[in-house]
Design a protein around this ligand. Sequence first.
Ligand code: CO8
Length: 257
Amino acid sequence: MNDTFITVSVEGNVGIIELNRPHVLNALNLQMVEEIVAALEAFDRDQTIRCMVITGQERAFAAGADIEEMAHDGVVSMLVKDQFAVWDRISLVTKPIIAAVSGFALGGGCELMMSCDIVIASETARIGQPEVKLGVMPGAGGTQRLTKAVGKLKAMEMLLTGEPITAHEALQYRLVNRVVPAELCRAEALKTARRIADMPPLAVRLIKKSVVKAVDATTTEGLEYERNCFYLLFASEDKAEGMNAFIEKRKPNFTGQ
Ligand code: CO8
C-alpha cells in the first residue's frame, strides 16, 4: 500500500473522507475500498469524532468498481479476494455517515452511497447500477438496497437497463435526502453532519441502530429493539443533561456519557 486513494480530514467533530482518484472518476479499486473502510473505522473509534462525511469531486462521487482491475478476474480469483468482507464492515460503523454526491455515483459508487445513512446530492448527480452492461450485476448490496429504497419496479428498470437517473429522480424515489446546487453539496453535507455532531452521541448511535433494524428486521423485532434502546438511554448522563438543559432554558453540553 504505497499510494493513497483517499484524503482524510477533520472539521470540528466531523470526519471527512474524500475519494481521490479523479483521473478515473474515483473508480473503486480494492485498496481504495480498504482505505475508505479503515478511515471510517478509525473515525468510529475516535471519541472526538461524532459524524462522518464521504465525498468525491464535482465530476464523480465514484463511477463504480475499477473495471480494469476486475477485467482479468475469474470466479476463483474473485472468491480468493473475498472483497465483500471489507464492504460488510461498513455496516458495523456506529456513527452516522453522510454521503455528499456530485456527478457519477455508479455501480460500486452507488452501493457505497447506499451504505451511508444520509445522502445529499448535487443537481449534477447521476446515480445508477450499470453492471448489466458489463455482463455482470451488483455485488455490494445493489440489488437489495436499491430495491428497498426505490421499490421493485424502479429497481428493476435501473438494474436491467443500467441507465442512471438524475438527482431529482433519485429524490422522487427517496434514494437521496435532498438536492442542492453542486457548489453547495459538500457544505450542505457538512452542515447536516455538524448538526448531528451536536446531538448526544449515545442517543445518535442507538437511533442509527434502531433505524437500520427497521430496514432489516420484522416490525415486532424492531419495536422490541427500539424499546430496549429507549430504556438504556435513561441510564445516560446526556439524558439528564438534555432534559435539565431544556427545563433550565439553556444549551445542553453533551459528553457522550
Ligand atoms: N473503472 C475503471 N476506470 C473507469 C471507470 C471504472 N468504473 N469509470 C471511469 N473510468 C475511467 C475511464 O476509463 C477514463 O479513463 P482514461 O481517461 O484513462 O480513458 C476516465 O475514467 C474518464 O472516463 P470517461 O472517459 O469514460 O468519461 P465519460 O465522461 O466519457 O464517461 C462514465 C463517464 C459514463 C461514468 C463512463 O466512464 C463509464 O461508463 N464508466 C463505467 C461505469 C460502470 O460501468 N461502473 C460499474 C462498474 S462495475 C461495478 O461497480 C461492480 C460493483 C461490484 C461491487 C463493488 C466492488 C467495488
